[in-house]
Structure formats: structure tokens, C-alpha cells
Design a protein around this ligand. Structure first.
Ligand code: MN
Ligand code: MN
Length: 466
């Protein structure tokens, strides 16, 4: 053996490098990865808003033998429960045999809201022979990406008496879709010279809804009246009912494989259903009942985890208290021993925009589920910075279970930043670290992930809760 070969061997033993899952995987493993992504794609197509994600998740939980839990219900070891929290957030949990004061609760926390355009409360008007709906964007979007693409209208109208009307227009091939006008390049000289962030203004994100005037010469807003009469006929609503509605425009695309080899998948709302789905399926597929496990699917992450259905809501610690009380345990001790993976996406290294990434510490596509010890911006501000001890604890679980994973930060230091629900969980004295799928074009109407990374995240969650 020559000296150089010895050196190479030593180097391989001592140095660390990421592994591409597709390079490591057997044909059977690649088949399992691709098969899993079929279930994920169909979940995505049924769950474009938090309300839809909550509904679909509850159906999946029921099919797996979970029963409904309401605050105050009695609980016992062996229970498999779901709480549908106001239709917009879901908590699934199983009560295990282990002592939760010693072992704590294993928590997977993802979010099921995604960036989109919400209708204003008095949205409808007409101008220039066209009908429109005014919007206020939800979450961090690049506004120019939302013009000139097909959009679908999802949500609820709640009538004055409390009747809830579900709206879903634009997903069926026979449905009409909605649209936001953009300027033609021929007249876009001034617009093209503007910075990307301000070329499209929030107040121009108006939804094109029609152009057929109502047949009555005495009506002043004929196109608006046509729209209102169609809505009245279909849903029994009037313009006033928009006051108590939550209607959103989401891209009317379905999830599709990307590329010749189908290794990647594009969809609206990977952030964060690409972590929600693995968390749900990891729990529903798990046969073991040793640990007490909670899967939290929170709403409102994209606007700061606020509100009654966001991660800062008391509901999540209330359930920990309920489980603790039912088992005669001290909830403060239980929280102290509990462990959480905050399941959210991170930025995937993109060679087209390499200058904002620091390659050694970026998530690389298909190199596995990605741990972010810290997120934040400008000197780790506003992050839950997980301890080395906790990272080592998770590392051991992944090593023992053959999970291929990687670490990353969200781009170069001082290039920007972001946050997740991690800090809100950690604030309750629960060990937490971020883990999730790297995403290309995050927050765009059509985002891209690797099927290998989705499956790796599923394997990581299975290992964590088993
Ligand atoms: Mn997210
Ligand atoms: Mn996000």
C-alpha cells in the first residue's frame, strides 16, 4: 500500500462530507422513495390551505384508528387521538406506556399554512369592463411571481347565522381559474427598470373575476352584479357575506414530477406540507406505543405564529397538561423531559444563485433531511439555537437508524434570514431543533423539492418517535 492510499483512507475516516441519497440508495430504496412521493403529491393536491390540510389530516387519522379528542376529555394509555383545532390546526397524539415524567413527550411540529393571497373584506369592484377582487398577501411572497398565472379560489364564507360555506373553484379541469394582470413588455419600460420588490405593488394584486355585464341598462356596476348573482345562485351569499369570509387565492397547479428522471417534485405549498406529511405518516404508520408522541400542525407560521391557531397559542401546552393530568404526572416535569423536532423547510443550495449561499453550510439537494441548529438573522437573532447536547442526541438516533441527513444554515451570514416555530416550543422549556426538507424557490407559487429528501425526513421522524 502506498503512502498516498493510506492518507486517502485516513482522510475518509477523519473528514466529513455530505452524501447524495440517490447515489447511496439501492434500486429498492429508490422505488420506496418514489412510491412515498405519490402519496405526498396527492396530499398536496387536496391540502392547499390550512383548513384543507386539517380536514385531510383528520380523515387520514380516522382511517388509521384515531378518534376525536376535545379539551377536557378523559385520556388513558394506548389512546390515539386527534384534535381538530378550530378547523385550521391539528394535533395528533398517542399516549404511550412509558413514564412521561422521565421520557417526556416526543413532539413533531410542522405548519400547514403557506404564502398566498387573501381576499380583503370588501373585495369586489369593476373597472375598465372587468370585475376584480382586492387582496392582501399572506406571508412573504415575491409579488411579481403571482401575476399572469392560473389561480384557484379556496376558503370559507361564514354567513351571519353561522352557516359555513366551502368554496373551491379552479382545481377541477372544467372549473374557471382566476388571474392577476401584468403589464405587457411593450409598455413595461418603466416597470422593468424598477427593483424587483417594488415593480408589482400590493394594491395591484387584484384578481380578475369576469367580464360579462348584467343584462339591465339601469344597473351601474353590471359586471360586479353578474359575479354577485352567480355567487348568490351557487352559494346563496350576497356581497355583505364577504365580511365574514376567509377566501384565498392559491396557484391552480397540481403537484408534478420535475425533469426527465422524476427525482424532484414541484408543487405549491411544499413549505411546510413537505414536513407535515412525513410527520403525519410517521405517526400513523408507527406500530409502537412506548413513547407518548404529539404531531402538531400549526397555522399562521407564515405570519409569525400568532393567533389562536398559531404555534404561540396555549392549546399545545394545554394538551401536554391534559395528558399529564390524565396520567397523574406533573406537566412541568413532563415538558422538561420532552423533546421536539421543529419540522420546517430550509433553503436548498441553488447554483443559479450561488452568491447568497455558503456552500459548506448549505442544504444540498438529495443529501437528506436537514437540521438547522439555528435559524435567525444578523447574528443569530430570534433563533432557538439548539444545544450541542441535543444535536448529539438526535445525531445518535439518526446514526442508529441509518438516516442520511445533513446540516445547514439559511444562506450566507448577513444575506438575510428567517425563523420557524422552534423558538416558541423551546420557550416552554422543551428541547427543540429544526429539521426538514430543503426547498428550491421557497415561497414561490411553484416550489421544488427532492423526493429523496422528503423520504429521508419521513425516516428521520420514524426514528425519532419509535
Ligand atoms: Mn415554513
Ligand atoms: Mn415559509
Amino acid at each position: 500500500m502506498s503512502e498516498t492510499t493510506v492518507g486517502k483512507e485516513i482522510f475518509e475516516n477523519l473528514s466529513y462530507s455530505k452524501k447524495n441519497i440517490y447515489e447511496e440508495a439501492s434500486p429498492e430504496k429508490i422505488k420506496a422513495i418514489f412510491d412515498y412521493s405519490e402519496g405526498y403529491k396527492s396530499y398536496l393536491d387536496k391540502a392547499k390551505t390550512e383548513r384543507e390540510a386539517a380536514r385531510v389530516t383528520v380523515e387520514m387519522a380516522k382511517d388509521a384508528g384515531f378518534t376525536e379528542y376535545k379539551l377536557g376529555d378523559k385520556l388513558k394509555i394506548g389512546d390515539k387521538k386527534y384534535l381538530n383545532h378550530r378547523g385550521k390546526s391539528v394535533i395528533l397524539f398517542t399516549v404511550g406506556t412509558e413514564d412521561i415524567e422521565k421520557e417526556g413527550i416526543r413532539i413533531l411540529a410542522a405548519h400547514i399554512d403557506s404564502p398566498r393571497l387573501d381576499l380583503k373584506q370588501v373585495p369586489m369592484y369593476e373597472d375598465g369592463g372587468m370585475g376584480f377582487l382586492k387582496t392582501h398577501y399572506y406571508g412573504g411572497i415575491k409579488k411579481y411571481q403571482w401575476t399572469a398565472i392560473p389561480l384557484a379560489l379556496h376558503g370559507v364564507i361564514v354567513k351571519c347565522g353561522g352557516e359555513v360555506i366551502d368554496v373551491n373553484i379552479g382545481e377541477d379541469d372544467s372549473d374557471p381559474v382566476f388571474y392577476i394582470n401584468d403589464l405587457l413588455p411593450h409598455l413595461g419600460q418603466k416597470q422593468s427598470a424598477e427593483p424587483l420588490g417594488s415593480a408589482i405593488k400590493g394594491e395591484t394584486l387584484n384578481i380578475l373575476i369576469g367580464g360579462l355585464p348584467y343584462d339591465d341598462k339601469d344597473v351601474s356596476e353590471k359586471i360586479k352584479l353578474t359575479a354577485l348573482s352567480i355567487l348568490n345562485e351557487k352559494y346563496g351569499v350576497s356581497e355583505e357575506d364577504f365580511l365574514s369570509a376567509e377566501l384565498s387565492l392559491v396557484p391552480a397547479f397540481s403537484a408534478r414530477d420535475i425533469g426527465f428522471d422524476r427525482a424532484l417534485v414541484a408543487a405549491y405549498g411544499h413549505d411546510d406540507r413537505v414536513c407535515a406529511y412525513p410527520a403525519i405518516t410517521a405517526l400513523l404508520d408507527s406500530k409502537e406505543t412506548k413513547h407518548t408522541v404529539m404531531v402538531i400542525l400549526a397555522d399562521k407560521e407564515e405570519i409569525g405564529s400568532e393567533g389562536v391557531t398559531g404555534m404561540q397559542s396555549r392549546i399545545f401546552t394545554d394538551i401536554i397538561e391534559e395528558i399529564s393530568e390524565a396520567l397523574g404526572k406533573n406537566a412541568r416535569v413532563v415538558r422538561n423531559s420532552s423533546k421536539c423536532l421543529s419540522a420546517d423547510v430550509t433553503a436548498c443550495f441553488d447554483p443559479n444563485f450561488a452568491d447568497v449561499y455558503e456552500k459548506k453550510n448549505s442544504a444540498m439537494i438529495s443529501c437528506g433531511t436537514t437540521m438547522s441548529k439555528y435559524t435567525g438573522a444578523r447574528g443569530k437573532s430570534s433563533t432557538n439555537d439548539a444545544s450541542a447536547e441535543y444535536v448529539a442526541y438526535i445525531r445518535k438516533i439518526f446514526a442508529d437508524n441509518g438516516v442520511i441527513w445533513q446540516t445547514a444554515e439559511l444562506g450566507k451570514v448577513d444575506a438575510g434570514g428567517g425563523g420557524t416555530v422552534a423558538k416558541y416550543i423551546a420557550n416552554h422549556n422543551i428541547e427543540t431543533v429544526d429539521l426538514g426538507v430543503p426547498v428550491i424557490s421557497m415561497h414561490a407559487p411553484y416550489e421544488v423539492v427532492s423526493k429523496a429528501d422528503v423520504y429521508s425526513t419521513y425516516e428521520a421522524f420514524v426514528a425519532f418517535i419509535k
